[in-house]
Write a protein that binds this ligand. Structure first.
Ligand code: ZN
Length: 383
């Protein structure tokens, strides 16, 4: 399996290299058809490549072609290098992807080309899919995912609207007054992570100790990631089931979590003033650890057309009862007290009520993008 991953990664990176070698004075770089022909030649010349599955390698080219198209369409960023241990995976399509035998309620076996029958543990019923992807995460766990879009969660039809305020101390505050916390690492695990990171910094690169420390860190981070994902899935399903309309702030998370600009010192040229970079790094970690982006992405998947994005301006300073807006309203991190009407509430809940009542802003592009029929099925919102 890992060898197949390596082949897919190698072919993808080669395709990316070819693609990025284009300059103004050169003709177009080879497209998918030409690259597929070159792959056939390469397979004829190199035994180690021939030993792998052609489907896997060809799909890597096709996936790259799709990535380049997405880049030109403006919906995705530039395709990036696939890194060992980080982006391990391959895709099987067509007839080869349908060789699945269910063994019992919990287990099935899948015939992976060039690998043989592989037993898998089922996390849900086997869907009627035309392709699947095998991935290996940083901890070395293999996952097999069938590409199929589950039907959206139906709206309850009660006409209820909920506002969701995402924060760092409280992961998500609902306009109903609920405060939800995204689980991360426990206190002890955080201490352990810090220790391991220090140990890693002292190890010589490439040594066995370095490798072991790195693996231990990856294991802890994977645990935090799993918990976060579990919370995001449960919370998004819960919200989609309970409310007809879900309003969230339209946050630009990549921009928000950018590192601060260096501040040049006007008195001494070439020197810099403190720019609170470490403090910002801590906040960024908090933002990313709370799965803000994932929550909204999954909400849009599960409740398409029922998620509205609201301009986040002043939601935390405005009174949700009388509408008075002043920075003094926010007494502290957690307490909101209106200086005009005296309304008092949890600051995040007050913001969530404002969001629930908010005005929608369109963050999505209006023109539909042409999508290849060969592409893996995509959610309507992520076209
Ligand atoms: Zn008020």
């Amino acid at each position: 399996m890992l060898e197949q991953c390596r082949h897919a990664r190698y072919v993808w990176n080669l395709a990316l290299e070819q693609w990025s070698m284009w300059t103004r004075d050169k003709a177009a770089t080879p497209g998918y058809v030409e690259q597929a022909r070159q792959l056939t030649e390469a397979r004829a010349a190199f035994g180690w490549l021939r030993a792998g599955s052609q489907t896997v390698q060809q799909q890597a080219l096709r996936d790259f072609d799709q990535a380049a198209r997405n880049f030109y369409a403006g919906t995705h960023r530039r395709p990036t290098w696939r890194k060992a241990g980080l982006h391990e995976g391959f895709r099987i399509v067509g007839g080869q992807a349908t060789r699945v035998v269910k063994l019992n309620r919990k287990r099935a076996r899948v015939l992976v080309p060039k690998v043989g029958w592989v037993k898998v543990q089922l996390s849900r019923a086997i869907p009627d899919a035309k392709s699947y992807r095998v991935t290996c995460d940083r901890v070395g766990r293999l996952h097999l995912a069938f590409a199929v879009i589950p039907p959206p969660i139906p709206a309850p039809g009660t006409g209820e609207v909920v506002g969701v305020d995402r924060g760092v101390t409280v992961s998500a505050a609902l306009s109903t007054g609920e405060l939800l916390a995204c689980p991360g690492l426990s206190e002890r695990e955080q201490v352990r992570l810090k220790q391991l990171q220090r140990r890693l910094a002292r190890c010589r690169r490439g040594s066995n100790r370095h490798r072991r420390a790195k693996a231990a860190i990856a294991k802890l981070s994977a645990r935090a990631g799993d918990r976060r994902k579990d919370w995001v899935e449960k919370t998004s399903t819960n919200l989609a089931r309970r409310f007809d309309l879900i309003r969230v702030e339209d946050l630009r998370i990549p921009q928000m979590t950018r590192r601060p600009k260096p501040k040049p010192d006007p008195a001494r040229p070439g020197a810099y003033l403190p720019n609170r970079r470490r403090a910002k790094a801590g906040l960024n970690r908090g933002i990313l650890a709370n799965g803000w982006g994932q929550l909204v992405t999954r909400l849009e998947d599960k409740a398409p057309g029922r998620v509205e994005k609201i301009s986040p301006a002043c939601t935390s300073q405005t009174c949700s009862v009388c509408g008075h807006r002043a920075p003094e309203n926010r007494e502290s991190q957690a307490v909101f007290r209106c200086v005009a009407c005296g309304h008092q509430a949890h600051a995040d809940v007050n913001a969530a009520v404002n969001i629930a009542a908010g005005r929608a802003v369109s963050a999505r592009r209006e023109t539909p993008i042409r999508v290849s029929p060969k592409r893996e099925p995509q959610h309507a919102t992520s076209a």
